[in-house]
Design a protein around this ligand. Structure first.
Ligand code: NAG
Ligand code: NAG
Ligand code: NAG
Ligand code: NAG
Ligand code: NAG
Ligand code: NAG
Ligand code: NAG
Ligand code: NAG
Ligand code: NAG
Ligand code: NAG
Length: 827
């Protein structure tokens, strides 16, 4: 019977099944109700499959495997409790929940997935109701722990790479996410999606980091272990940092003697190796290049080369480093003339530094704002109008330089040259050239000077401070004026000085001077107009230039006159035409001055009026004389001579000498007593008058007479003794003469030389007592004295006049007696 019912229900179910499968729903009461649901279960866990809310009176659970259309019964309950079929054991730990028709599957296996059908029959008052429950069970698998596959764990920047997130189990759909943790520990999600592959077409350093992937499905989520992606790259273009830091338009600048640090940075993986170059030669290895006390010679190009040894790549940066250094010392200031000596160009220079220093003029009167300053190449010039600038204004030039922490400067002070310009003229030796000198020194800036002729035509060049115009000497300049013009910025109006050139003009007070011989005489010449100044020169009567020779010529020169003193004039030698002369570069003049040296008139002849021994001792003679005529005389002298007796009378011995026994007797004297005679000797006496230097004729020779006396024996004895002595004396005298003839000769020689040198002696004789007659005619106006010099005439008579023994003794004695004026007497 159970069989039949089961078979009926079974039949019912099987019979209805095609209808169920066709999806028909019977909505009317009495119709079968179809309910469809989906239930998800996770493998290994539990899942409950429900079949209505209330327990049906009859139910059957069936199972259809996926891909199969066979329904197979799992459990049924026809009111007598659930009956598990064999199939149920293969669907995990399947049980029916008590007091319900729901199935509980524990430890859900994967193959429990499929379509579960619950056919339920409810017996209600309205009749039996049939429900068909279709429950689709999905068995889900959780994702297993994913793992990462990468194409390259150290890719190079710029290449491509991929990463795949792999997992073994897991029900789809599976979602993937990628996380990157950078060096700093910051984690970021980089991609998310349903693909496991991350395809990077352009690797960059930003991809460096720890990577993990996350996989999740409906059931769970899993994280992979992290992997390190090391992107190899670089080096980048190096960056050079310089301390101390200072950039100019030409590059980097540092100050001399500073310590300079050059730091190179070029990002790279693995890190860069650094090499430093100076002007293309390697100088250092390492990132930081330190130059202690950098010098100006270290200016140039510095390059940093960065190398990636892994990639064997390199990159390089070059900078230009300029070392600044200040100029040496301090600025130099000067004032130069500007604008044709009307302005002041204040000039300041401070050369040698790099870069150029800055220079600026300041000062009480500086008009920098008005006129501006020119500034270039280490010098600065400020133009300052001279008209508004005071004498002794000071200006300061301030200099500063980036390499110096202090400013330095220099000062200048304007100076008007003191005083007035000074003009003078002088000539070179021999008056070849004429030099016109003009000076006005001491100015700052220096004054400009130039010469001009009196008509204003400029002469020569313009010079500063002093200007010398050189002209060839010429008489045409005589009487001409020359002007020295000056110009200085601080001087208005312009000063000048004037020179007038004049040939010398000579005058004398007396063109003819006469003097008695023996005295000094002064000849005077006065220089009137004369420029440039010159001196007076004297020429004597022999046309020889006169020098100061104190025995003969004394010169007394003053600027405007000159005196020539001829000393102890000699009537024979000093008469004649003298010349004074003066020559400068523009002319010359000379004038003759006639000098007449006159002899004094010859004194009168003298006769001895009385000559007598004044005692018997014969040691003294009284002498008296008288002049034969009236005439000038200045005195007398008396001479004696040893004589011999002949025929009872004394006569003049040819070999004996006249001996002066009294000189300088007064002109009024007419008598004289000669003392100290040898009583045994015989004497002759004579008297001569002199008039200064002029000697008169000696008187006739006389021997003294004995005084009147009668002692005869004594006379005889004396006479005999006298004769004996006379003989002896004569012999001795000749011996003496023989030995001393040389003395005589030499005396004669000295006199004859003078006579030969001055043959005018004879002519001079003619002048005696005659003022008007002279050696030369008094042509005072003539200026050609050279012609007036008489040529020396040698008188044959005088040249033969050598005083030797050829002369009669009387003549000879006369010569020896007269020292300065020999006279010749025929015997
Ligand atoms: C994946 O599933 C198979 C079969 O269910 C199992 O043997 C294996 O251990 C699972 N793998 C992981 C990683 O869970
Ligand atoms: C990555 O993408 C590029 C272009 O999009 C493709 O050519 C390449 O095959 C992809 N790589 C992988 C592993 O899919
Ligand atoms: C790397 O990242 C930085 C900032 O995150 C970005 O500025 C730079 O462009 C990135 N570089 C590349 C190659 O993507
Ligand atoms: C380096 O180069 C700079 C610029 O060309 C040059 O001025 C400098 O003199 C060079 N230095 C040396 C040592 O050659
Ligand atoms: C400079 O000044 C002088 C005198 O004032 C004048 O003669 C001369 O012509 C000037 N020179 C120039 C170039 O102006
Ligand atoms: C001042 O600088 C200028 C400009 O280069 C130059 O011509 C002049 O010669 C310099 N002056 C001096 C005195 O060096
Ligand atoms: C200027 O520099 C020098 C050395 O360069 C230093 O000795 C001096 O103290 C500095 N002066 C000032 C005022 O800074
Ligand atoms: C320039 O003059 C000023 C004031 O007159 C003075 O202080 C300064 O020391 C002077 N400078 C020089 C370099 O002489
Ligand atoms: C120069 O000579 C003149 C005339 O002979 C005279 O008057 C004047 O005193 C003399 N001067 C001197 C200093 O001797
Ligand atoms: C002086 O004496 C000399 C010779 O003894 C004679 O020649 C001359 O005429 C005399 N003079 C006079 C003025 O008598």
């Amino acid at each position: 019977m159970g069989h039949g019912i089961v078979g009926a229900y079974f039949c019912l179910g099987v019979c209805l099944l095609p209808v169920l499968l066709q999806g028909l729903e019977i909505l009317d009461p009495g119709e079968v109700v179809y309910v469809r649901t989906v239930t998800k279960g996770v493998v290994g866990r539990s899942v409950m499959l429900e079949c209505g809310d209330t327990l049906p009176d009859v139910y059957i659970w069936g199972f259809t495997m996926p891909g199969n259309d066979q329904i197979r019964a799992v459990v049924y309950n026809f009111g007598h409790g659930p009956r598990l079929q064999r199939l149920a054991t293969s669907l995990g730990e399947l049980s029916v929940i008590s007091d319900s028709s729901s199935l509980l599957i524990d430890r859900l296996p994967l193959y429990a997935q499929g379509l579960y059908t619950c056919q339920a029959l409810y017996d209600t008052s309205e009749g039996a109701k049939v429900y068909y429950y279709y429950i689709r069970l999905l068995v889900l698998v959780p994702v297993s722990k994913p793992y990462i596959l990468v194409s390259d764990t150290s890719p190079t920047e710029g290449t491509r790479m991929w990463m795949r997130c792999n997992l073994d189990n897991g029900t789809g759909p599976i979602n993937y996410a990628w996380e990157r943790e950078n060096r700093e520990g910051v984690t970021a999600k980089v991609s998310e999606g349903d693909v496991s592959l991350m395809n990077v077409t352009l690797v960059s350093r930003n991809h460096t980091g720890w990577y993990r992937c996350l996989a999740n499905n409906e059931v769970n989520q899993q994280r992979s272990d992290r992997i390190w992606m090391d992107i190899v790259f670089g080096p980048d273009v190096p960056q050079i940092d310089i301390t101390p830091y200072s950039v100019t338009d030409r590059g980097y600048s540092v100050l001399e003697r500073e310590t300079v640090t050059l730091l190179c940075k070029a990002t790279s993986n693995p890190p860069s190796l650094y090499i430093w170059f100076y002007n293309n030669s390697q100088v250092y290895t390492g990132p930081q290049f330190i130059i202690t006390k950098i010098l100006r010679m270290h200016s140039g190009h510095y390059s940093c080369l960065a190398q990636n040894t892994y990639l064997n790549t390199r990159s390089k940066t070059t900078i230009t480093l300029t070392v600044y250094y200040p100029p040496e010392g301090n600025p130099t200031c000067a004032i130069l003339p500007g604008n044709n000596y009307t302005d002041l160009a204040l000039w300041c220079s401070w050369m040698g530094g790099y870069p150029e220093p800055s220079l600026a003029w300041t000062g009480a009167d500086a008009l920098a704002d008005v006129y501006g300053q020119e500034h270039s190449q280490g010098n600065a010039t400020l133009m300052q109008p001279g008209s508004i600038t005071a004498d002794r204004s000071t200006f300061t030039c301030q200099g500063s330089h980036v390499a110096l922490n202090t400013t330095t400067g220099c000062n200048v002070t304007t100076l008007l040259p003191p005083g007035e310009p000074q003009c003078s003229a002088y000539a070179t030796r021999n008056n070849m050239y004429l030099m016109l000198s003009c000076s006005w020194e001491g100015g700052n800036p220096r004054a400009l000077l130039w010469w001009a002729a009196s008509d204003g035509a400029p002469q020569g060049s313009s010079e500063e401070n002093a200007n010398i115009l050189v002209l060839r000497s010429s008489a045409t300049y005589s009487g001409k004026a020359f002007v020295c013009n000056t110009k200085h910025p601080l001087s208005t109006p312009n000063k000048r000085c004037i020179l007038k050139l004049e040939a010398p003009v000579l005058v004398t007070q007396r063109r003819s001077v006469s003097v008695y011989e023996g005295s000094d005489v002064q000849l005077t010449c006065i220089l009137k107009a004369n420029y440039p100044a010159t001196e007076i020169t004297w020429y004597n009567n022999l046309r020889n230039k006169v020098w100061d020779t104190p025995r003969k010529y004394l010169l007394h020169n003053e600027a405007a006159w000159s005196n020539l003193t001829v000393r102890e004039t000699d009537g024979l030698r000093d008469s004649g035409q003298y010349w004074c002369s003066a020559t400068n570069a523009v002319g010359g003049a000379e004038i003759p001055i006639m000098l007449y040296v006159r002899k004094y008139p010859a004194p009168p002849n003298v006769t001895i009026s009385k000559i007598v021994y004044n005692s018997r001792q014969r040691t003294e003679v009284d002498l008296e004389w008288e002049t034969m005529t009236e005439g000038d005389l200045s005195g007398f002298y008396v001479e004696r001579q040893r004589t011999r007796a002949r025929d009872g009378r004394s006569f003049v011995d040819g070999g004996a000498l006249w001996q002066q026994v009294a000189a300088d007797l007064e002109p009024d004297d007419r008598g004289h007593t000669v003392l100290g005679l040898d009583p045994t000797g015989l004497y002759a006496f004579r008297v001569t008058a002199i008039n200064h230097r002029t000697y008169g004729h000696p008187s006739e020779v006389k021997s003294p007479a004995d005084p009147p006396f009668s002692a005869y024996p004594a006379v005889i004895g004396a006479a005999i003794g006298g004769m004996l002595l006379a003989i002896i004396g004569t012999v001795l005298f000749f011996i003496y003469l023989f030995h001393h003839s040389e003395i005589l000769d030499s005396r004669q020689h000295s006199q004859s030389r003078e006579n030969i040198n001055f043959p005018e002696d004879e002519v001079v004789g003619g002048i005696e007592g005659d003022e008007g007659a002279g050696v030369g005619s008094p042509q005072v106006a003539g200026h050609s004295p050279r012609a007036t010099r008489p040529s020396p005439r040698a008188s044959p008579e005088e040249n033969n006049k050598h005083p030797g023994q050829r002369f009669p003794i009387g003549v000879y004695l006369q010569i020896s007696r007269q020292t300065s004026r020999p006279r010749y007497f025929p015997t």
